[in-house]
Ligand binder design. Sequence first.
Ligand code: TYD
Length: 137
Amino acid sequence: MNKNTVYDCSIIELSKHSHANGNITVVENNISVPFSTKRVYYLYDVPGGESRGAHAHKDLYQLIVAASGSFTVTLDDGNVKRTFILNRPYQGLMVVPGIWRNLDDFSSGAVCMVLASDVYTEEDYIREYSEFLEFKK
Ligand code: TYD
């Protein structure tokens, strides 16, 4: 997991069922995403100018979706950074373990929905960038 790079992360096009009265997007375990979802959480009411993230996970896989509005995700593997603007509810950014991430530029009303491969445990987090760089060695 510590050898993963930002090039192992990518935008996944999710299904979009369009109807005159609205759209539906579906995410299915091991079909739309290459992991099983054990947890869903969402960020909202992020004040303008604020950022989130600033950590890495040791083992967790995540799919990050702009369920509403837009925001920017910057991924960093300790060597290379890649920036993704998420603004479509039918696209998700797959983030593999061992990647530092920052989320910012939240639009008003943005909802950042995250599908995660495991339950919450603080032990899976790396919150110090220096510790992250050690982990990547
Ligand atoms: P964190 O993942 O650091 O937020 P972000 O990446 O959006 O900045 O989570 C912030 C706090 O929320 C964390 O310290 C504990 C709590 N939390 C949970 O209790 N369960 C969860 O599943 C998540 C994601 C966070």
